[in-house]
Design a protein around this ligand. Structure first.
Ligand code: G3P
Length: 220
């Protein structure tokens, strides 16, 4: 499973990237707006930190301007993946951009039917939002499982990116379901490291080590 960071914040990206396990980055208009820079500058800086797929989202809502914006975003850096929303226009733009060889991440996916449309349009990535599905009282993980089954049934090569991940358990469940990628806030990535028995065990190892070797150095 590839791990992406779901943030446009450079400090968070530097911190996460320093651990050597981050494969890419997803951004959206909300995350870019938080950082206060033009999208081209922010995406370029992100590309300098993480060497992997970097999603940059269009804000146009009609197909033709979306395609134009997508081409501009793709020109920023070879690692940019253009993000289009799962609307009729977004799917038309995805189909056109994909035919031009521009990789598209189709975002705001909330149903298996929508995921099927994205795969048929040639999407490189589909982004089902599991946390937001859970928020509505439905089951986000069921959505991932259904998309995995449908894509396998037909051999679609579109990668399934579990988005709107809120907890470490979302990551594990998405991995068990077969999602290719999980994108998560830095906070969730940090939480994956934690286990009380790791801390307790390490503490004991170091105490035992110090006891013997400190005693040896005193005796010697
Ligand atoms: O990038 C989209 C996504 O991951 C949003 O997550 O927590 O705002 O639902 P969230």
């Amino acid at each position: 499973m590839k791990f992406f960071l779901d943030t446009a914040n450079l400090d968070e990206l530097k911190k996460g990237a320093s651990w050597g396990i981050v494969d890419g980055v997803t951004t959206n208009p909300t995350l870019i707006a938080k950082e206060g820079r033009p999208i081209e500058d922010q995406i370029r800086m992100i590309c300098d930190i993480v060497d992997g797929d970097i999603s940059a989202e269009v804000v146009a809502t009609e197909a033709a301007p979306m395609v134009r914006e997508g081409r501009q975003l793709a020109r920023i850096h070879k690692n940019v993946v253009v993000k289009c929303p799962l609307t009729r226009d977004g799917i038309r733009a995805t189909s056109e951009l994909s035919k031009e060889g521009i990789r598209v991440n189709v975002t705001l996916c909330f149903s298996a039917a929508q995921a099927l449309l994205a795969a048929k349009a040639g999407a490189y990535i589909i982004s089902p939002f599991i946390g937001r599905v859970d928020d509505t009282g439905w089951n986000g993980m069921e959505l991932i499982r259904n998309i995995v089954t449908i894509y396998r049934n037909y051999g679609f090569r579109t990668q399934i990116l579990a988005a709107s991940i809120r907890t470490p358990n979302h990551v594990i469940e998405a991995a068990l379901a077969g999602a290719h990628i999980g994108t998560m806030p830095l906070k969730v990535l940090e939480m994956l490291f934690h286990h009380p028995l790791t801390d307790k065990g390490l503490d004991q190892f170091l105490k035992d080590w110090a006891k013997v070797y400190q005693e040896a150095s005193v005796a010697g």
